[in-house]
Design a binder for this molecule. Structure first.
Ligand code: AMP
Ligand code: ZN
Length: 465
């Protein structure tokens, strides 16, 4: 199976060929943990979860290493920690905040049916590697210390700007960079900065008590867990510049390598009801807010209906559509175990993670399964859904949730369903049709089936949105 991925570095859909097929390595920039993650943050989490599943399918579960970091030292974290834990020593305060936030994040994305990455490194546990990287950069003439800071010298790297596809001059013209007096070049960026021991978290280093710059964190964590060069690096499109450009500069210059990662993947942005999500516009949603109203699988399906590189407009309408689809899929799958995923679904995903195509294939399988002799299509339909992270609960649990949400009186429905079955068994079709209509008014659909063993008629029911 050939996988093709759009690579921001080459600006082409490249054939994916891992450095070592026995250990395919992927790094994705994870959350900065200081508050509940918003639904935009869920997009890279879900998109790269699908890629992780595809890689495991193609190369084998034991042969893929997925690292998604936790940024647990950062100025936003510190500001919040000072506020939430006044008087607490800075390192302890940020730890208390980031522990709590990371636990919330994990709970949220578990409901989105994402697999746990192989490693989730934390910046605060990778400080030694960061200091080692700075040492290498200074030794190689790529960084310099000035006034308690260490800066990366962009002029020391001839092809700086390759990922963003911009020259240094173009960047300078477009950037509003803070020109600190200790910088040799306006585009030089911070690797290490001084901390005030009383109010800011910090660590001892050859350049004084301080803390790392954000870009350095990812270079250190990917190096520690995936090596100097690895296969895939992912994140949101907003990270291309400066974050990923600077990660590349640090890692390549420190290790003397031609590439940091070979394939750079970026997901498009998510907006809500046609507008950029922002607290001031009142359209800002945390994952937790949405999980109060929608099952995680609905959010997941709504997300995957768009191709990952396209911008996505998250709307209530798109969530309702995803929910209706899942209601039908759960009902139709009815807890079957399923086979492996269908070839057509894997092919769609192998074409630069074409999830809209994969979903169209699922609809096709569902329809084929309904026709006579559709057993294999049914098995593949169910297997593909499970492969993509759906059907995480039983059809009954799913239906119960729907019934509760729709305000359905289950006891009353059960009574009417039983009465209708009685009427049907007595061949009183007028009465059984009347009861079916009464139930339909309540939003209840019926499915009759003959029990293969006893030959008796049974009826199950569903609430359709
Ligand atoms: P942050 O915690 O802000 O560093 O973001 C974590 C991840 O979420 C990064 O990969 C961002 O690119 C991504 N991200 C943030 N906002 C959005 C959004 N509105 N749509 C899609 N991805 C986003
Ligand atoms: Zn990063």
């Amino acid at each position: 199976m050939t996988i093709r991925l759009y690579n921001t570095l080459t600006r082409e859909k490249d054939v994916f060929s891992p450095i070592d097929a026995d250990n395919v390595r992927m790094y994705v920039c994870g959350p900065t943990v200081y508050d509940f993650a918003h639904i935009g943050n869920a997009r890279p989490v879900i998109v790269f979860d699908v890629l992780y599943r595809l890689l495991r399918h193609v190369y084998g579960e034991a042969h893929v290493t997925y690292a998604r970091n936790v940024t647990d030292v950062d100025d936003k974290i510190n500001d919040r920690a000072v506020n939430d834990f006044p008087g607490v020593e800075p390192l302890k305060a940020i730890r208390a905040l980031t522990e709590k936030t990371y636990t919330q994040f994990t709970a949220d994305i578990t409901e989105l049916r994402t697999l746990t990455p192989t490693v989730e490194p934390r910046a605060t546990e990778t400080i030694a590697e960061m200091i080692a990287l700075i040492d290498k950069l200074i030794a190689g003439g790529h960084a310099y210390a000035a006034e308690g800071h260490v800066l990366f010298a962009v002029g020391s790297m001839p092809d700086y700007g390759q990922l963003a596809n911009r020259s240094l001059d173009e960047m300078l013209a477009g950037a509003r960079v803070e020109v600190a007096p200790y910088k040799r070049d306006a585009m030089d960026f911070v690797l290490w900065k001084p901390s005030d021991p009383a109010t800011e978290p910090g660590w001892n280093s050859p350049w004084g008590y301080g803390r790392p710059g954000w870009h350095l964190e990812c270079s250190a964590m990917s190096w520690k867990h995936l090596g100097e060069t690895f296969d895939i690096h992912g994140g949101g499109i907003d990270l291309v510049f400066p974050h990923h450009e600077n990660e590349i500069a640090q890692s390549r210059c420190a290790h003397g390598t031609a590439v940091m990662a070979r394939y750079w993947l970026h997901n498009g942005f998510l907006q809500v009801e046609g507008e950029k999500m922002s607290k001031s516009l009142g359209n800002f949603f945390t994952i937790r807010d949405l999980l109060n109203d929608w099952p995680g699988e609905v959010l997941r399906l709504a997300m995957l209906r768009s191709h990952y590189r396209q911008p996505i407009d998250f709307t209530v309408k798109s969530l309702e559509e995803a929910r209706r689809t899942l209601d039908d899929w759960y009902w139709f799958a009815s807890d079957a175990k399923g086979s492996g995923p269908a070839k057509a679904v894997i092919e769609a995903l192998s074409d630069d993670l074409n999830t809209p195509k994969a979903i169209a294939e699922l609809h096709g399988l569902r329809n084929a399964a309904q026709k006579a002799g559709g057993d294999m299509a049914h098995a593949e339909f169910v297997g593909s859904l499970r492969f993509l992270g759906f059907l995480g609960e039983t059809a009954e649990a799913w239906a119960a949730r729907r019934k509760a949400a729709a305000g359905i009186n289950t006891a009353e429905v059960e009574r009417l369903v039983a009465l209708r079955l009685q009427a049907r068994n007595a061949r009183n079709f007028a009465e059984s049709d009347r009861l079916r209509d009464v139930l339909a008014e309540m939003g209840v659909t019926l499915k009759d089936a003959k029990d293969a063993r006893t030959g008796r008629l049974t009826t199950s029911w569903e609430v359709k949105g």
